[in-house]
Ligand binder design. Structure first.
Ligand SMILES: *Cc1c(COP(=O)(O)O)cnc(C)c1O
Length: 222
């Protein structure tokens, strides 16, 4: 007790104006989320659909839930209407499905496009080239119930600060390029990058949304 709230307060004090905090609560129980909520935190991130729906049923309704994990297409329908943002759109097919299901549910879903720049081969997301092509071809114009607010990405999992900084810089550059190509995109301003180990670097490279789990809640028991 106490350490979660003090970490939330510490982060809120450290984050510059214009940078929001997603508290990544995956694998932690609802009571733990509640401690962060009492400290003033309102945006939480989850990576599994069942776990998220379970927590929504137990926790205050003014929480804004961000889905940050790989979303299987057969789970989209369950999620739509319950999240304020899906940060991890990693394929055109998933985006189209989010749009179809949002239309069906009568909601507009906010999303971020996940861009893959890290060295690890297992990470999901569009390559910078693919994502820029998607916007150059104006494929977003067919969407009616999805609002694209920006991009999300992760740096390589390494201790090499120069590498991490270069990855974040690339993600920012992709977002900037898209805005240049498509000046008509409204509200395309979010750059979600930075986790417990690297968020200060991410902010230096232009992040507007950091996703912090371990530094707030401690280690996860998978
Ligand atoms: C788990 C996760 C985080 C939080 O990572 P920490 O190192 O615990 O801060 C951030 N972003 C994504 C996409 C995650 O899956």
């Amino acid at each position: 007790m106490g350490s979660i709230s003090s970490e939330i307060e510490r982060l809120h004090a450290l984050l510059p104006e214009g940078v929001d905090l997603v508290a990544v609560s995956k694998f932690h129980p609802a009571e733990t989320v509640m401690e962060a909520y009492r400290a003033g935190q309102r945006i939480f991130g989850e990576s599994r659909v069942q776990e998220l729906l379970q927590k929504i049923s137990l926790l205050p309704s003014d929480i804004r839930w961000h889905f940050i994990g790989h979303l299987q297409t057969n789970k989209v329908r369950q999620l739509i209407g319950h999240v304020s943002m899906i940060e991890s759109v990693d394929s055109e097919r998933l985006l189209e499905l989010i749009d179809v299901e949002s239309r069906r549910a009568g909601v507009i879903t906010g999303v971020l496009m996940q861009v893959h720049v890290a060295r690890e081969e297992t990470k999901f997301g569009f390559s910078p080239e693919e994502l820029i092509a998607f916007f150059s071809e104006r494929k977003f114009e067919s969407l009616t119930h999805t609002h694209i607010y920006g991009v999300m990405g992760m740096a390589s999992n390494t201790g090499d600060e120069d590498r991490i900084r270069a990855d974040f810089s690339r993600i920012s550059e992709v977002a900037r390029t898209i805005k240049e190509i498509c000046p008509e995109l409204r509200g395309f301003d979010t750059i979600s990058m930075g986790m417990s180990g690297d968020w200060p670097l991410a902010i230096e490279e232009g992040s507007t949304l950091v996703r912090v789990g371990t530094a707030i809640f401690g280690p996860r028991n998978y």
